[in-house]
Design a protein around this ligand. Structure first.
Ligand SMILES: *Cc1c(COP(=O)(O)O)cnc(C)c1O
Length: 495
C-alpha cells in the first residue's frame, strides 16, 4: 500500500509512518497527516468477535504500513497487558440512555494511557527501523494527564529521556503528585509559571529551533514528542472507537451499519479527531459531538467558523481540557482546505500572529460531521450529581462535561441515536470536584482525604495509581519561568 505522511503546512514534506512517529512534528511546524484514509479490511461484525489487541492490529496496520506484522504485534503485546486493570483494556458501560466508554483502566487512570502505553514501543521500533543511533528526548507539554502517562510509558526505556512541562497550579493535586513521584532515571518534570498553552507553545518553539537541533545532533540527541501532535498517539486512539462500535454490535444494541454518536470531552482535539479518523475507516457515525468546558473556543469555532483564542484562560475542574490552542484541529483544517498546505499554513500563521483565523465559507460544509457544545462548572457538577443519584454511576469531571453536553443536546434535538460518551479519566483523579458535586459537605476537602469516601460511594476498587500516592516520595522539584523552558532543557541535557 502506498500510504505515507505529509505535513499540513507543506505537502511536499513527506515521510513514512515510522519517520513521522520519530519526528513528531514536521520541520515546517506542520503536523503529519496520512496521504489517504484506508478502509477497514474486515466487517465490523467480524471485528466484534475480536479482542482489543486483535482489533488494535486490524486498525493500526492500516496506518503504520511500514511496520512488519511482527513489529506491530510486538508493540501491541507489550502495551496492552496487565498494566490495565481489565482484560478488555477499555470497558463500554451502559448507563441509562447512554454508553460510557471507560478509557481509564490503564496505569495512570486517564485515557492517555490508551496511546501512551504503546507510543514508547512504536518509537523505539521506529528508531531501529530507521537506523537511528541518537538518544531520543521526548519533550512534552501536559495539561495534567499526558505527562504522567508519557513518563510511565518511557520510564527507563533504553535510549530515551523524557522531559515534561506542566502548568504549576493548573493541575489537580492527584495529577501533580502522580507526576512529582515518578520514578525512572530518565524522567524529568518541570512546573512552569504559565498555563498549558504556554507550555505547548514553548515545546513547539524548541522543536522548530534549528540552532538547538544542530547542537543536540552534535551531542547525539534528537527530540520527539509524546503529545497528540505525534501520529503515534493518534493512531492507537482510533482503535477504541472501532472497538466500541463492535462491542455495541456484540451486545445487540445496534446492528452492523447503524449510525452512532460519539461524544468526546475535548481539549487538544486529539481524541475527537481519532473518532473522525474511525469514521473515515468505515465506522458508521451520525454526529461527533465536541464537548468543551468554559474554555469554549471550539464551541465558538463550530458555531461561527472563527477560531479565536484571544480570551481569558479559565481554570476549571476539568483541567485537562483547559486549553485555548487545540493543536490537532490543524489536521481537520487541512482537510477542510481540500488538503491545501499553503492555505493551512496561512491560517496557522494568522493564529500565531493575531490569535485567530476564519474559515472561508466553502470550508464550512466540511464541519457537518461535528456538533460543538459546552458546559459551565455548575452544569458539570449537576451532571455528576444527577447521574449518581439516578443511576449510581460515578464519573469524573471531564466525562461529565461530555455527558452534560450530550444530555442538553438530546433534550434540544430529540436525537435518540445510540450514543457513546468517551469517559476519559477515573473519578479518583479528581476526587475533590467529584465528591463535592455529589454531596456539598465535601466541597473543598483535599483530593487525598476523599479517596476512601469515594470508594464507599462509587463501590469501585481504589486504583493502584492513587493507592499510597500521598505517601509516595517527591522526586522532582524543578520550577521555571515560561521564558526559561529552553534553558531548563539545556541544563537537563548538559548542553
Ligand atoms: C487529555 C484529556 C482530555 C482532552 O483530550 P484531547 O485529546 O486533548 O482533546 C479530556 N479528558 C481527560 C481526562 C484528558 O486527560
Amino acid at each position: 500500500m502506498s500510504l505515507f505522511y505529509k505535513s499540513t503546512r507543506n505537502s511536499e514534506n513527506q515521510v513514512s509512518a515510522s519517520q513521522a512517529i520519530l519526528k513528531g512534528l514536521s520541520d515546517d511546524g506542520g503536523l503529519f497527516v496520512p496521504s489517504e484514509f484506508p478502509k477497514l479490511q474486515l466487517s465490523l461484525t467480524d471485528i466484534s468477535k475480536m479482542s482489543y489487541k486483535e482489533t488494535a492490529y486490524e486498525v493500526m496496520k492500516l496506518f503504520l504500513n511500514d511496520f512488519t506484522e511482527e513489529e506491530l504485534k510486538n508493540c501491541i503485546e507489550n502495551a496492552y497487558d496487565s498494566k490495565f486493570d481489565t482484560e478488555n483494556i477499555c470497558e463500554l458501560v451502559n448507563v441509562g440512555d447512554v454508553n460510557y466508554l471507560e478509557l481509564y483502566h490503564g496505569a495512570t487512570i486517564a485515557f492517555k494511557d490508551m496511546a501512551l502505553s504503546i507510543l514508547p514501543h512504536l518509537l523505539t521500533t521506529s528508531a531501529k527501523k530507521n537506523n537511528i543511533q541518537n538518544k531520543i528526548v521526548i519533550l512534552t507539554a501536559t495539561s495534567g494527564d499526558t505527562g504522567k502517562a508519557a513518563m510511565a510509558g518511557f520510564a527507563d526505556v533504553p535510549g530515551t529521556e523524557i522531559i515534561v512541562f506542566y502548568p504549576k497550579g493548573g493541575v489537580s493535586r492527584v495529577q501533580e503528585k502522580q507526576m512529582l513521584s515518578q520514578t525512572g532515571a530518565n524522567t524529568h518534570v518541570v512546573g512552569i509559571t504559565g498555563n498549558f498553552d504556554d507550555a505547548q507553545t514553548g515545546v513547539k518553539e524548541m522543536f522548530n529551533n534549528k540552532d538547538l537541533e544542530e547542537r543536540l545532533l552534535s551531542k547525539g540527541i534528537q527530540f520527539s514528542s509524546a503529545n497528540s501532535i505525534n501520529i503515534g498517539r493518534l493512531v492507537p486512539q482510533v482503535v477504541y472507537y472501532v472497538f466500541a462500535y463492535s462491542r455495541l454490535i456484540k451486545e445487540g444494541r445496534i446492528q452492523d451499519g447503524d449510525k452512532v454518536n460519539f461524544v468526546v470531552p475535548t481539549g487538544n482535539f486529539g481524541n475527537i479527531l481519532a473518532a473522525f479518523y474511525a469514521k473515515q475507516l468505515g465506522v458508521p457515525v451520525n454526529k461527533l459531538i465536541c464537548a468543551s468546558n468554559e474554555n469554549k473556543v471550539l464551541f465558538d469555532f463550530f458555531e461561527t467558523g472563527i477560531y479565536d483564542r484571544m480570551r481569558d484562560f479559565i481554570l476549571t475542574t476539568s483541567p485537562s481540557m483547559d486549553i485555548l490552542i487545540s493543536s490537532n484541529l490543524e489536521r481537520l483544517i487541512y482537510l477542510l482546505t481540500g488538503e491545501d498546505s499553503s492555505v493551512t499554513a496561512d491560517m496557522m500563521n494568522s493564529l500565531k500572529a493575531n490569535g485567530k483565523y476564519e474559515l472561508k465559507p466553502e470550508m464550512k460544509a466540511g464541519l457537518a460531521d461535528f456538533i460543538g457544545g459546552w458546559s459551565n462548572e455548575e452544569r458539570v457538577a449537576k451532571e455528576i450529581h444527577d447521574v449518581y443519584e439516578n443511576e449510581k454511576y460515578v464519573m469524573d469531571t471531564h466525562t461529565a462535561v461530555a455527558s452534560a453536553v450530550y444530555h442538553d443536546y438530546k433534550a434540544k434535538t430529540g436525537d435518540d441515536t445510540v450514543t457513546v460518551i468517551a469517559s476519559t479519566a477515573s473519578p479518583y483523579k479528581f476526587a475533590t470536584a467529584v465528591m463535592g458535586a455529589i454531596d456539598p459537605k465535601y466541597v473543598g476537602v483535599d483530593d487525598f482525604k476523599l479517596i476512601d469516601e469515594l470508594n464507599k460511594v462509587a463501590g469501585i476498587t481504589i486504583p493502584k495509581a492513587v493507592d499510597g500516592l500521598l505517601e509516595a516520595p517527591v522526586l522532582h522539584n524543578t520550577v521555571c519561568e515560561t521564558a526559561d523552558m529552553q534553558k531548563t532543557v539545556e541544563g537537563i541535557l548538559g548542553l
